[in-house]
Design a binder for this molecule. Structure first.
Ligand SMILES: [Fe+2]
Length: 309
């Protein structure tokens, strides 16, 4: 059966200082859409009305929103008792949503009927008569792509996402013995329509939380442009990269927000369909199958707390 969702919409974060958050996100490559003293909405260059919202509060992550495969999905979830009701969305793009809770209490929203934004034109590739190879600018971020969650009960969390949203497993990592599962990548199933390697990576952690949130940049070049800009802008906290995840052939670069929420610039070159093979992979110390420098200890231990309203 295909997934209840057909895409990824936005991440919902919480931070005490929206001005500092906006400054970081603009250097990261997101574009201001709307906001007030309590909310900050940012978009990418794609057609999503926003891909990142921060609510004023304690540092952490409040949840994630996904595009429902169709409107009936919302009604069915209410009918099944998984959500209290279908709500109108009072945020850029409007639309309707239902809000679920994963086993750790994190909010997972399914939305439908958002009015898309006009996509921004891609960066010109041809130099004009007065132009030069200027790359001193933020990365061109297209869309929100995925997140990684930490959970103290891996079996329960995976079961919830696979049963409730009908996500399917792409790859699984284990340490030492085959039954010592560290985590699993889950993707959307829409039959033969190609999908990202994962929209979720769920792995074992001491506490429930969010390891990182990830944003697709327009091209591999934007990974390097984005690194350069954040590095030269000063005051930003680089965690890991530039590198390449062997699984899913994904380029990455990880930066920490001022409020300890890890943000990834990401560009994939492999896609999956319903038929793509599932693999179990033994992981070496420090994710040693990846390309680039070994991850620092704080990358491995990272987990932003959940903010549960
Ligand atoms: Fe990622």
């Amino acid at each position: 059966m295909t997934s209840l969702i057909s895409g990824v919409a936005h991440a919902r974060l919480s931070a005490p200082d929206l001005g500092r958050m906006r400054a970081f996100l603009e250097d990261f490559g997101l574009i201001y859409v709307d906001g007030d003293k309590d909310r900050l909405f940012m978009r990418g260059s794609g057609d999503a009305p926003f891909i990142h919202v921060t609510e004023r509060g304690a540092p952490g992550v409040a949840g994630f929103s996904y595009i429902a495969a169709n409107e009936a999905v919302l009604r069915d979830l209410v009918k099944a008792g998984d959500a209290a009701g279908v709500e109108q969305i009072d945020e850029p793009g409007g639309g309707k949503r239902v809000r679920l809770r994963d086993p750790n209490g994190m909010e997972i929203a399914l939305i439908t009927g958002q009015t898309p934004a006009a996509p921004l034109p891609p960066r010109p590739k041809t130099r004009d008569a007065a132009g030069a190879s200027v790359t001193e600018r933020p990365a061109r971020v297209r869309r929100f792509a995925h997140c990684a969650l930490t959970t103290p009960d891996l079996v329960k969390s995976l079961d919830w996402f696979q049963t409730k949203l009908r996500l399917i497993p792409t790859d699984e990592l284990y340490v030492g013995q085959e039954d010592n599962t560290l985590g699993r990548f889950l993707r959307i199933n829409q039959g033969e329509t190609p999908q990202d390697h994962h929209i979720l990576f769920v792995f074992r952690g001491a506490a429930a939380g969010v390891h990182h949130i990830s944003f697709e940049v327009e091209s591999p070049d934007e990974i390097f442009v984005g690194f350069n800009h954040l590095d030269k802008s000063g005051g930003h906290d680089h965690v890991r990269g530039i590198g390449r995840h062997a699984l899913g052939a994904q380029l990455f670069d990880y930066w920490m927000s001022p409020f300890n929420q890890m943000h990834e610039h990401w560009h994939p070159s492999e896609h999956m369909t319903e038929q793509s093979a599932f693999n179990r992979i033994r992981i070496g110390e420090g994710m040693s199958y990846d390309y680039g420098e070994r991850p620092p200890e704080r990358f491995v231990k990272q987990s932003s707390p959940l903010v549960i309203a």
